[in-house]
Design a protein around this ligand. Structure first.
Ligand SMILES: Cc1cc2nc3c(=O)[nH]c(=O)nc-3n(C[C@H](O)[C@H](O)[C@H](O)COP(=O)(O)OP(=O)(O)OC[C@H]3O[C@@H](n4cnc5c(N)ncnc54)[C@H](O)[C@@H]3O)c2cc1C
Length: 387
């Protein structure tokens, strides 16, 4: 059993000042009223071009992000690697809609692959399809809606960007994750992800699609994927529960269609754990990254490795968390010799705001992350005081 309650290990590279900053941050985020006011104020101030960037950068950004550039993220990469935790550089500018922005995201992802190719501390690269293409195009592709002549050009450009990333990943022998997004564009994402797996995963799993287990249909999807891949190509898979739960439910309600996601938490948990078992049972054809902050799922994966006589640091199996979250999982797994990595978002402060606001929302829910993060920080502060 991994002792995820070992907070001394979990916070070993955090100074008292780091802990105090994290405490203040999670304490403010945990109060829905304060959190709402603060996020509103930040958005408003940035719109008015008030000089609040230094404040954001020294607080919430410092906790959850690596830096504005890959170079600026080096301190974080090195610090994580001292604890044998790898970095996944994630250029997190979201909600962009111009081809300049898409080309910038492409360049950043290519640069992150080049860097990963020469750094032991960077085991994966990642991109979000909406970082490379307009959302509405992906939606049309998803629904097989006919495209205009201009849209057809955009589609080609998007496909060329995805292929350029996967091709470089293949040439440099770097694994790359394709993030999962809203269900109403996900078929389009799955389709290009599988195309890339067919093309580049012939010898080993380098291209990873993501499966969101809050979706009711994903175990069936996974089984079908296993069949399609059999004897054809290796599967790379990142398993997550899913980040768009509220939006999925609200959209299904508003448009009067069957809700695609579980609404009972334990059903999501059951499917997540079933997917972990499917991965390990089929490990000859699969490489898996468990993207989770859930202790029980992380524990289950360690048990599955033991049951199947797999090495703790088998290169096909990774655990992954987000920077600034669930260090009790990352650091305790890493000292026990499992493969661990963290998403390290980077990019201009203003562009990372949607990402930061999502983290704030996630940490506001009493039942969710807040309980975990804040209570661990409080317990560690107390432990240090007693020591
Ligand atoms: C490395 C990494 C990569 C990620 N990549 C992606 C990605 O590509 N796409 C993406 O969407 N997300 C991604 N995420 C975010 C991820 O989906 C959330 O962090 C995750 O859902 C939080 O769940 P958890 O596994 O930590 O477990 P928990 O904290 O135990 O579960 C919380 C999750 O359970 C689900 N849930 C909550 N309430 C209910 C309910 N009432 N009924 C049913 N289900 C419920 C939701 O998905 C919620 O996020 C990633 C996370 C990590 C760590």
């Amino acid at each position: 059993m991994i002792d995820f309650n070992n907070l001394k290990t979990a916070f070993s590279d955090k100074s008292d000042a780091d802990l105090n900053r994290a405490y203040l941050l999670f304490k403010s985020m945990s109060n829905p009223f304060v959190s709402k006011i603060l996020t509103g104020l930040v958005q408003f101030s940035l719109k008015l071009h008030l000089p609040i960037k230094p404040i954001i950068k020294a607080t919430v950004y410092k906790h959850f992000c690596g830096g504005e550039t890959i170079q600026e993220s080096q301190t974080t990469i090195d610090k994580l690697w001292q604890s044998r935790i790898g970095t996944i550089l994630d250029f997190s500018a979201e909600g962009k809609e111009s081809s300049n922005d898409f080309n910038r995201a492409l360049e950043q992802t290519l640069a992150s692959i080049e860097k990963a190719a020469v750094s032991d501390s960077i085991p994966f690269s990642v991109f979000k399809p909406t970082g490379l293409c307009r959302f509405s195009i992906l939606e049309k592709l998803n629904n097989h809606t006919p495209l205009s002549a201009d849209e057809k050009i955009e589609k080609k450009e998007y496909e060329a960007r995805v292929d350029a990333i996967c091709k470089l990943a293949f040439n440099k022998n770097v694994a790359v994750f394709i993030d999962a997004e809203e269900s109403w564009i996900q078929d389009a994402i799955d389709s290009i992800a599988e195309e890339m797996m067919v093309k580049y995963n012939k010898q080993k799993p380098l291209i990873y699609n993501t499966i969101q287990l809050y979706r009711k249909d994903r175990i069936a999807y996974f089984n079908a994927l296993l069949k399609r891949a059999e004897n054809n190509y290796f599967i790379g898979i990142k398993l997550v529960r899913g980040a768009y739960h509220e939006q999925e439910i609200a959209r299904a309600k508003a448009n009067n269609y069957a809700c695609p996601v579980h609404t009972i938490k334990v059903n999501t948990d059951t499917d997540y754990n079933a997917a972990l078992e499917l991965c390990i049972k089929n490990i000859k054809r699969i490489a898996v990254c468990a993207g989770t902050h859930n202790k029980e799922s992380a524990q289950l994966l360690t048990e599955l490795l033991e049951e199947h006589n797999l090495n703790k640091n088998d290169e096909r199996i990774y655990f992954s968390q987000l920077l600034g979250m669930s260090d009790h999982i990352s650091y305790n797994l890493s000292v026990a010799n499992y493969n661990v990595s963290k998403y390290v978002p980077y990019g201009p402060v203003r562009d990372l705001l949607p990402y930061l606001i999502r983290r704030a929302k996630e940490n506001t829910s009493i039942a969710g992350q807040m309980g975990r993060e804040l209570s661990n920080i409080i317990a560690e502060k107390q432990r240090r005081k007693n020591a």
